[in-house]
Design a protein around this ligand. Structure first.
Ligand code: ZN
Length: 320
């Protein structure tokens, strides 16, 4: 079955819901098979023993391995295992998700697809997980911008001016603020991490940034430790945003996307899911010039290449 991967075709360059629903369940299923088994152009491969010879139980869209007799489906052992949605709905969900530049709220997805809120909630987090895995083994080199931004723990100012407290003081903060640190290679990938303080990111920088890289950072004292490991250049933001070509504008543009997602879509992104949202927005920054069909192929492919979701397997699963 040598057909061109639908999501990479010219039609998918403007992947729309209309296209997805018009293609129907059979074509959507074929697309999933191609995403799962790209090496065999969609022909099933046994996930247990790797055997290429399988019996096709067409009526149930399942396969049986000719060697070990294991039965499996196109989503067995992946993030989409024990899916309840049709393949068209899943493909539509991926389409809506990649098309949302500021992210997609679970509530919106549940309305758009007419599925339960909790189904949409789990699905969006699984897609974020796929995005995060797609950048899991990346190492940064060349010029790497590093910067930190604070999220969460907003303390609302009192109504009357005389009642207001200095919210810059630790005593007047909620203690829920978290720091997102972004490392962004110029012309390369972006890797975010959530830490308590900017300086806590230095061991992570050591793991993910090559020693020959040049690091650009601002004057924050948390970055002083970087000078011992890398050629590090600083820009003093209280003086200028760009100093002899040294700037952290790429890092800033990641933060502006993450803030737009916070303000426009999710409202509160701090807490346990901050890391997931930060990874999502980094992925969106890095793929902002990729056609949305190809974006969907990347996310769908990563979802089908990964093991069952660690955080969301069985989460709120309905009885089959
Ligand atoms: Zn087998």
């Amino acid at each position: 079955m040598a057909m061109q991967h639908f999501l990479l075709s010219a039609k998918a360059r403007t992947l729309s819901l209309k296209t997805v629903f018009r293609m129907g369940e059979d074509a959507a299923y074929a697309t999933f098979r191609q995403l799962r088994w790209p090496e065999t152009e969609g022909e099933a491969v046994c996930p247990k023993c790797g055997c290429l010879e399988t019996y096709n139980i067409t009526s149930r869209r399942r396969f049986k391995c000719a060697a070990c007799y294991a039965q499996f489906s196109v989503t067995s052992g992946t993030i989409f295992a024990s899916r309840k949605l049709s393949f068209t709905d899943l493909l539509a969900a991926i389409t809506i998700f990649v098309n949302g530049a500021k992210g997609v709220a679970a509530l919106q997805l549940s309305r758009d697809l007419d599925v339960q809120y909790k189904t949409a909630f789990v699905l969006t987090h699984k897609l974020r997980e796929a995005m995060a895995r797609e950048q899991a083994d990346v190492q940064l080199n060349g010029i790497v911008e590093i910067d930190g931004g604070w999220f969460g723990g907003h303390v609302r100012p009192e109504n009357r001016k005389e009642d207001r407290k200095d919210r810059r003081l630790k005593a007047n903060q909620s203690g829920k603020r978290e720091c997102v640190v972004i490392m962004r290679e110029r012309g390369g990938r972006s890797l975010p991490f959530v830490v308590a303080n900017e300086g806590d990111a230095c061991p992570i920088v050591r793991d993910r940034v090559g020693t020959l890289a040049t690091i650009y950072a601002d004057e924050g004292t948390g970055w002083d430790a970087l000078h011992s490991g890398w050629n590090t250049r600083r820009v003093n933001h209280s003086v200028a945003f760009m100093d002899e070509g040294v700037c952290t504008n790429q890092a800033e543009s990641f933060f502006s996307r993450l803030r737009r997602a916070e303000i426009g879509t999710h409202h509160h992104i701090a807490g346990p899911y901050l890391n997931a949202y930060a990874n999502e927005m980094a992925w969106r920054e890095d793929h902002r010039r990729v056609a949305n069909g190809a974006q969907a192929a990347l996310v769908g492919g990563a979802a089908l290449a990964s093991q069952q979701s660690r955080a969301f397997a069985g989460y709120w699963q309905r009885r089959a």
